[in-house]
Design a protein around this ligand. Structure first.
Ligand code: DSN
Length: 439
């Protein structure tokens, strides 16, 4: 053996598999000892999540297994490229992990091709546009104030700045997308792409009709199912993947995986999509997150997940019914999924105030625009509420009734500090009775 001067290795054999990882239940001792400032803030957030109620429609709690997969040495690796065709050495394990994630996602959504590398929802959507469009091309997307996403053509977003978006609307009476109107706009405008799938929309989407309209005008049909992916994977909502050309989703909302995204498409578009993600949009994928995505997709295939997804919808419907009963105006008068949008304009309230009042009682929600909102997105006329996180805690219809009453009491007593404090205590008691599985 040729030795480098000064280098005297001791033969320690090799690490047996199964003993390589010893996390001591992830007790965070090293973080605590080395960086008490960050450790303390993480502790504060654990306390907040444990004691408070999460009703933000896009948030959820991952499992311990997903958390553990994220906190691994896979974060140390660079792996630009795809399985079997990387631009860095040492990717044998990463290739296997990424392939497992891809195969699980394909099975879950009946997808022909999957790219699991997008870092988050907007970069995934940017990759889809990049794959099919040139700057200035015409695209149809739902208006932000009607439930669409910023990356579906809002003028302040890259999508609205780079592409010529024409926006369609939800009907102001029914709160539902008017498909006849979509068809006539599409025939008039002849877009290159039509975007469906939304962030603040509580009804089933007519995927088949969208695809037929796209085909009639020669447009690519693109679905963004970030919000409902978990409900679709569990067969609780209609699946656009077998129908549409291309579908993006984040992995951390109803799908209950790590923060991140993926793109699914027909085989004929696979090369375009892969090239758009890498080298078009991104460099190295986040391999620890890919592992956590694979773990989440494994969980999503289990029967317990189907029960969970069904309960998310039942809970949202129970919450919606009770709020309607208490006099609130729900856009579209109910829900088919995990979220509702409440129009507060008749209650003498605006979204920002309502969000801040509910925060004082330990309930997190997000302000939301309502269709044709006269107010700006920063202080819109409504709020959006969702049930994915509280359902992960095990709450059911009875708890939804109580939560609706607390929301109503808090909004009606926004200047009564004693009342707000006492609701906060009740909210905390309920939360402590429904522990977060991963904490
Ligand atoms: N920010 C997400 C949401 O709350 O809907 C979408 O990107």
């Amino acid at each position: 053996m040729v030795r480098t001067p000064g280098f005297h290795p001791v033969n320690r054999g090799s690490i047996p598999l199964g003993a390589a990882i010893k996390y001591k239940n992830m007790d965070y001792t090293n973080l605590k000892n080395q960086d008490s400032e960050i450790f303390l803030n993480i502790e504060r957030e654990v306390k907040r999540q444990t004691e408070e109620m999460e009703l933000i429609a896009s948030e959820n709690y991952v499992s311990k297994a997903v958390l553990e997969a994220m906190a691994t040495v896979l974060t140390n690796k660079y792996s630009e490229g795809y399985p079997g065709k990387r631009y860095y050495g040492g990717n044998q394990v990463i290739d296997d992990v990424e392939t497992i994630a891809i195969e699980r996602a394909k099975k879950l959504f009946q997808a022909e091709h999957v790219n699991v590398q997008p870092l988050s929802g907007s970069p995934a959507n940017a990759s889809v546009y990049f794959a099919f469009l040139k700057p200035g091309d015409k695209v149809l997307g739902l208006r932000l104030d009607h439930g669409g996403h910023l990356s579906h053509g809002h003028p302040v977003n890259f999508s609205g700045l780079l592409y010529d978006f024409v926006q369609y609307s939800a009907d102001s009476e029914t709160g539902r997308v008017d498909m006849d109107a979509v068809e006539s706009i599409a025939k008039k405008e002849k877009p290159k792409m039509i975007v469906a799938g939304y962030s603040a929309y509580s009804r089933e989407i007519e995927w088949q009709r969208f695809k037929e309209i796209a085909d009639q005008v020669g447009a690519i049909a693109f679905a963004d199912i970030a919000h409902t992916a978990g409900l679709i994977a569990a067969n609780e909502m209609d699946n656009p993947v077998p129908i549409f050309d291309v579908v993006s989703t984040t992995t951390h909302k109803t799908l209950r995986g790590p923060r991140g995204a993926m793109i699914m498409c027909k085989t004929e578009h696979a090369k375009k999509i892969d090239r758009a993600v890498f080298p078009g949009m991104q460099g190295g994928p986040h391999d620890h997150i890919t592992a956590a995505k694979a773990v989440a997709f494994g969980e999503t295939q289990k029967p317990e997940f189907k029960i969970y997804a069904r309960q998310v919808i039942k809970n949202c419907q129970a919450l919606s019914d009770k709020l309607i009963n208490l006099g609130y105006k729900i856009i579209s008068n109910g829900t088919d999924n995990h979220l509702i949008v409440i129009d507060l304009s008749k209650n003498g309230l605006v979204g920002k105030d309502a969000e801040q009042t509910l925060e004082q009682v330990g309930i997190s929600i997000s302000r939301s625009t309502i269709p044709n909102d006269p107010n700006p997105p920063y202080n819109p006329s409504g709020i959006r509420i969702g049930t994915p996180a509280i359902t992960t805690r095990g709450m059911k219809e009875a708890e939804m009734e109580q939560i609706a009453v607390w929301i109503d009491n808090a909004l009606n007593n926004k200047n009564n500090q004693n009342k707000l404090t006492s609701i906060k205590e009740e909210v905390k008691t309920m939360c402590l009775n429904f522990p977060i599985p991963s904490i």
